[in-house]
Write a protein that binds this ligand. Sequence first.
Ligand SMILES: NC(=O)c1ccc[n+]([C@@H]2O[C@H](COP(=O)([O-])OP(=O)(O)OC[C@H]3O[C@@H](n4cnc5c(N)ncnc54)[C@H](OP(=O)(O)O)[C@@H]3O)[C@@H](O)[C@H]2O)c1
Length: 288
Amino acid sequence: MSQTILVTGASGNVGREVLRSLKDKPATIRIASRSPVPLGEQQNPNTVYLDFEDPTTYLNAIAGCQSVFLLRPPAISNMKATLNRFIDTVREVGVQQIVFLSVAGADRNPIIPHYTVEQHLQNHPGDWTILRPGFFAQNLGSAYRSDIRNEDRLYLPSGRGRVAFVDLRDVGQVAADALVSWKTHQGKAYTLTGPQAFSFEEVAECLTSSLGRKIRYDSASIWGYARHLQRQNLPGAQILVQTLLHLGLRFGQAETVDPTLERLLGRKPLDVRDYITDHAQLWRKGST
Ligand SMILES: NC(=O)c1ccc[n+]([C@@H]2O[C@H](COP(=O)([O-])OP(=O)(O)OC[C@H]3O[C@@H](n4cnc5c(N)ncnc54)[C@H](OP(=O)(O)O)[C@@H]3O)[C@@H](O)[C@H]2O)c1
């Protein structure tokens, strides 16, 4: 009998790629969202309502599942009351595998919210796999998209820092394998980066040649960047986190290439140039 896998964060950048990679796997996929497809002809029978901030939604979402892909939504910061509580329920109903999307370095830094979740998972032997991706190539198509499309620039306080961008298409593939062939991956934590580090100057050059128009990299000051985010009406906490994160890039925090992803995939991982070439339509003028 094929197993049932619950995918949380399914409508986001990572979850989308996990779903894509699960498509050809011998499993029934259940999508968790706070916006299930409305009743009627369009209803997707595999969509369930799940809100990490409402524990009464947990049991119905996970009943009958054997595996769970767990994503920490960026807006949630109290891990104990949300994700850890969800993990407890998942364990109570006998789910056998939890694949948690953490972040590179979370195991060494208690300030990062994912640290608390990693600790909680590791209290229980062997029903988990932790993925620790580095900086996403997909940030170019989400957080930076309007700057590139509308202003022909990357505006970041990251100086000359280099980044080993990881492509979520590769992360999705590793997650899908860990969800289906869980015995191979249980009790393991993987740091996942791209195969080469690039400066933002180089990223801007690659965008320029893919799009056929000049895209420049403007190195922002800390305050200039924070004001830039403020003008986009982002919440204060997010402005702080995003500014600190990009400042870290300046000091090489996401520069190190880790060989784990190549080993797991059995091929060279995609790099940021692949992402740009394959998604050039995202930054065309007027694209929606
Ligand atoms: N950006 C990077 O470079 C990077 C690098 C390493 C790790 N990460 C980590 O990646 C994660 C972000 O992934 P992402 O980019 O895929 O996020 P995203 O695109 O912002 O998607 C967030 C997802 O969370 C769901 N969600 C939001 N609030 C929820 C709630 N209260 N209960 C249940 N689900 C909720 C949303 O689904 P619905 O709205 O449908 O419910 C959505 O699918 C973060 O943990 C971040 O730290 C990011």
